[in-house]
Design a protein around this ligand. Structure first.
Ligand code: 6GU
Length: 245
């Protein structure tokens, strides 16, 4: 069965957008995944097609009405059975590769993109929406976040990427940043490629890459490094752990 994304948005023209290109676009044309959009404005019930209103309690901005959003989500549900519904919001749990893997392994996803100050809390609770953020910064709307989430899922679908990329995904799934990459020319503007990569010693190359992956993770992402050393059951796994304060 085709993995299906239904996107509930005020800006349906933003989809598939960049996902119509490259490997995701090929996968879309090949029927590995499918996408439909639901224009929230189409579910407004008044003459003015109102989708938002002022927040109770006062304050800046506008809030998306629960009745209008609920009707749009109900219509999205009809497009495919039993898919998790995700609300893209900076208040959400951080998106990570484990969640991406879970979503890609299921039948698809319903994505609600908020604009304005957000969506009335009651529709989030009534529909049991999973609130997801793509990082600690603020976008003007959930649409770019939905594209990010979809890209991450689509590349994991069977037949979308070749075997090489699938294997690479597995190696990254160890919770480390990747090692650095090099190609020809072997000397460029006086900068040499690390000699071990030219040595032909596969075991030495693998050892170097592991070391460099660990170095990058330790230096750039102490949060990931702490998880990596904690979850590694091997003796000495705590070596190199960031010092406690
Ligand atoms: Cl999911 N939405 C918005 N509007 N901003 C964000 C975000 C989502 N994730 C990070 N910033």
């Amino acid at each position: 069965m085709t993995w299906r994304a239904s996107v509930v948005t005020l800006f349906p023209e933003m989809f598939p957008g960049p996902l119509g290109q490259s490997l995701a676009g090929k996968g879309l044309r090949d029927g590995r995944w499918a996408i439909d959009t639901l224009d929230i404005r189409g579910f407004a019930t008044d003459r003015h097609r109102t989708v938002d209103d002022t927040p109770f309690g006062g304050g800046a901005g506008m809030v998306m009405r629960p009745d209008v959003v609920d009707a749009a989500l109900a219509a999205a549900d009809a497009a495919g059975p039993d898919r998790p519904a995700v609300y893209l919001t900076p208040r959400g749990r951080p998106l990570d590769q484990a969640l991406v893997r879970d979503l890609a392994a299921g039948p698809g996803v319903v994505l609600l993109c908020g604009r304005y100050e957000g969506v009335d809390q009651r529709v989030i609770e009534a529909r049991g929406l999973m609130e997801v953020s793509i990082g600690d910064y603020v976008l003007s709307g959930g649409e770019p976040a939905a594209l990010v989430l979809l890209d991450a899922c689509i590349r994991l679908l069977p037949g979308v990427m070749g075997a090489a990329e699938s294997a690479a995904e597995e190696s990254h799934a160890n919770g480390l940043l990747e090692y650095p990459h090099y190609t020809r020319p072997a000397d460029w503007q006086g900068r040499a490629v690390p000699p071990v990569l030219l040595s032909g010693h596969h075991a030495e190359v693998a050892k170097w890459r592991q070391t460099e992956a660990e170095r990058a993770t330790r230096e750039r992402r102490p949060d990931l490094w702490a998880k990596h050393v904690t979850h590694d059951a091997a003796p000495g796994a705590m070596d190199g752990r960031p010092a406690a304060d």
